[in-house]
Structure formats: C-alpha cells, structure tokens
Design a protein around this ligand. Sequence first.
Ligand code: GLP
Length: 223
Amino acid sequence: MEINVLKDYSDLSVTVADIVEAQLKEQPLSKLILPTGSTPLGLYDELVKRELDWSHAITFNLDEYLMNPDHPYSYHSYMRKNLFDRTNIYPDHCHFPFRPAIPFEDKMYTYNGIDLCILGIGSNGHIAFNEPGSSFKSRTRVVDLSLQTIQDNSRFFDSVEDVPKQAITMGLGTIMESKKIILMANGTNKLTILNVAMNGEITETVPASILQNHNNVEVYYCD
Ligand code: GLP
C-alpha cells in the first residue's frame, strides 16, 4: 500500500483537515469515526481554525479507557477540550463506545454507516485499542491493554501506574465497515511498524495490516 510521506506535521494536519472539510461540506450529515492520541492534535486545531459547520455531523470515538469519563485524562475530556467544545457540534451527536456494545454499534449503522474513519497507529501496530492478536472479526468490546500500550500512553498520565489497564474499543471488523479510512502516523518511531502493517503480511499479530483488505484507505505519514 502506498504511504504518502508529507513534509512535516503541519502538512499532515492540513492534508487530513482538507479531507474532513471536504466530507463535511459535501455531506453535512456525515458520520465520522475520530481518534485520540498526540497525532490528531494538529488536525483538530486546524479543523477548529476553519470554523466549519458541525451542526449536522455525528461522531463516534474509536475507544475509551475504562475510567470515569469526566476524568481529565479520559478520551471524553480529550475530545471536549481539543475539538467538541471548540466547534458547534451538538454534544448529543458525539458518541463513545459503551456497554452494552450492540446499541453502540447499531447507532453507527443507522443512516448508511460510517462515511469517514480517521485512525492513528500504536507503536505495536494497534488501531483503536485492538492490540496484537485481536481478531480481524472483532466488534466493540472491553480489552486488556498491552504493556507496550500502557507504557506508551503513560506520557499522558502522572505515572505509569495511573494508566488504566483496560479500555473499550471498536473492533477491527467494526472499523473495516467504514466507507473510507484515513490512517495518520507521525514520527520516525512509527515508520517501521507502518511499513510492516501496510506492506507486510496481513496478520492478526499486526492489527493495522487488516487495512490492506479495505478498498478505500489512504495513509499519511510525516517524521
Ligand atoms: C492510543 C489510541 C489509538 C492511537 C494511538 C497512537 O493508544 N488508543 O487510537 O492511534 O494511541 O497515539 P499517538 O498518536 O499518541 O501516537
């Protein structure tokens, strides 16, 4: 699969913001899947700067830690701070995975499913919180986080002990039903895993490799 190498982080953020803007303008009632982490921060800043109309948009976040959603380090808080509270999106239109998972997934499928899914990639090849070994058929569910992920994500917490050990995540099967998928990756530490995922064997050991089976995926990278 082709990896589009962009010149810097700003270029990555602007390029993906162009795709989101085009989607929202072409189809105001778009259903989007959104990521968290450090990679999309520039994208969210760029989207806020453009003052787009989000009043018809419906969003679904990829994942959330098993923790109080009002905790300052939850993904609910991250999304409110970095995107939702800075746009005119309706809070009722912003969804996070919850249990039981079936009604959550049902919401995604009403009105024709997901139009655009934006993903990041973990250093172990995870997408959302689908850790290595996750079934390609997996749906939204509670998962144990790998030691690698706990270590990687400890930078967002006061200490590694504070990182939740479990999360609720969309499954790989769920993500693959999106009509269009954009994968964003930033930093030389992601390059090897990105190459393995996009051009190596398609295997559950490398969750992101499932994207090779999708017919509408674009991959953007900057170092
Ligand atoms: C977390 C999220 C993933 C995200 C990954 C990469 O583990 N659950 O959805 O893709 O981090 O994050 P970063 O962009 O900070 O490297």
